[in-house]
Design a protein around this ligand. Structure first.
Ligand code: FAD
Length: 375
């Protein structure tokens, strides 16, 4: 049954759930979207920073990308260094297309832009509303929700979308495993705010063999440092004195994805279906891409094609992020020497540079057929 008459419940109002709601509402549906949190992710604890060109394309029909263009920073240089030596520098602007390959906007801002656009269609996320259980068959699931006042509610949506993150209750209820592996090493993160503006237009990886320190802009005065080294804060090349750490965190990296992204009328999108390393800035972008594909297929009455269409894209991205992560975390001294010698030569080969940049832009997965000229 295509069209706007099906009862759709989205669990999770992160970037993925919000993008699904927006794309559905734009196509004439009235989805309901719930989230256990009290509101969107706080601005200072934004995990995702990079918005790629594919996401910009996907968010162009809703015009969210117009607003992102106004407020985000373009990444003009991707640089790798080993100590004082610059191994290579690439301009992501070399990727042709309507949108710049990579822009920077903290996830908290992106989520707020999606919420604001959704409110134009009079759809608001229901915060502090938790999916507790899914019962019945996955063809016609019955969900038990806990509302903010503590009361329980039972609902029987025609379509249930699990955009409820890595620990997805929807995925578990659908009986789907989450096979994969975790890297042994932990990663460490610190966001430093400086008293003066910083250069927000470049991303750098410093290889401090063994290990790395990544540097990414967060905003006009804040820089994120990401590392494999617990004591990395001592080794940061600060752009100026007076920086204050405003958020520090550490996390383990997992590479996992479900084998099927749907069971019956239950669909998974975003981190609920796949998780991987932040290398390449793909996670949120891939979740938004899932969401837009799912909304398109639901509108066409072809949602049963969703899993088969998305799994190859998920595998492509996991492979790319695994490769990038392995490159920057290698410990063997011979291998690191070889990498530092070969990487500058490799990126001079047009095929290699193009492939890298198409991944940065998110153009290595199938383009959305509903957007004219999308690449
Ligand atoms: C350090 C770091 C840096 C990253 N950088 C990037 C980057 O630059 N670019 C990029 O694209 N990605 C990046 N990522 C990945 C990105 O943050 C995630 O892929 C993205 O947040 C996934 O969005 P999501 O909406 O699928 O899941 P989430 O953001 O996890 O949202 C899930 C939502 O579901 C809600 N929820 C969970 N359970 C329930 C329940 N039972 N009932 C109701 N609600 C529920 C949660 O409250 C949450 O709001 C990074 C990740 C890390 C760790």
């Amino acid at each position: 049954m295509p069209g706007g008459h099906r009862d759709i419940l989205i669990v999770g109002a992160g970037a993925t759930g919000l993008a699904a709601a927006l794309e559905l509402v734009r196509r004439g549906h009235r989805p309901r979207i719930i989230d256990s949190d009290a509101g969107p992710v706080p601005l200072v604890e934004s995990r995702a920073l990079g918005i790629n060109a594919r996401t910009m394309t996907l968010l162009s029909p809703s015009r969210v990308s117009d607003v992102i263009q106004q407020v985000a920073f373009r990444v003009d240089r991707l640089r790798a260094r080993s100590g004082e030596r610059i191994l290579f520098e690439i301009d992501p602007g070399r990727v042709t297309g309507k949108f710049h390959a990579m822009q920077i906007l903290a996830q908290g801002h992106t989520e707020r832009l999606l919420i604001s656009k959704l409110s134009d269609y009079e759809v608001e996320p229901e915060w502090q509303t938790v999916l507790e259980r899914v019962e019945g068959s996955m063809e016609k699931p019955i969900v038990v929700l806990r509302r903010p006042d503590g009361t329980a509610e039972e609902a029987a949506p025609d379509i249930l979308i699990g955009a409820d993150g890595a620990h997805s209750a929807v995925r578990k209820a659908a009986g789907l495993g989450f096979p994969g592996q975790a890297l042994e090493a932990s990663f460490y993160l610190a966001d430093y705010q400086y008293p003066q503006p910083v250069d927000p237009h470049y991303v750098e990886i410093e290889l401090v063999d063994p290990g790395m320190i990544g540097r990414l802009p967060v905003s006009s005065d804040t820089v994120r440092y990401l590392s494999t080294l617990p004591d990395f804060e001592k080794r940061i090349r600060h752009p100026m004195p007076g920086g204050q750490a405003v958020w520090v965190s550490n996390f383990r990296i997992h590479f996992r994805h479900v084998e099927k992204m749907s069971v019956g009328n239950v669909f998974l999108a975003g981190d609920a279906a796949h998780i991987h390393s932040p290398a390449g800035a793909r996670g949120m972008n891939l979740g938004i891409e899932d969401a837009c594909w799912l909304a398109y297929l639901i509108s066409e009455g072809r949602e049963q094609e969703y899993s088969a269409r998305r799994i190859p894209a998920v595998k492509t991205v996991l492979k790319q992020t695994y490769g990038l992560t392995s490159m920057v975390t290698m410990r063997n001294p011979v291998a690191t020497k070889l990498r530092n010698m070969l990487a500058p030569l490799a990126v001079r080969i047009p095929f290699v540079a193009n492939r890298l940049l198409r991944g940065v832009a998110g153009y290595d997965t199938p383009p959305p057929p509903w957007i004219d000229g999308a690449q």
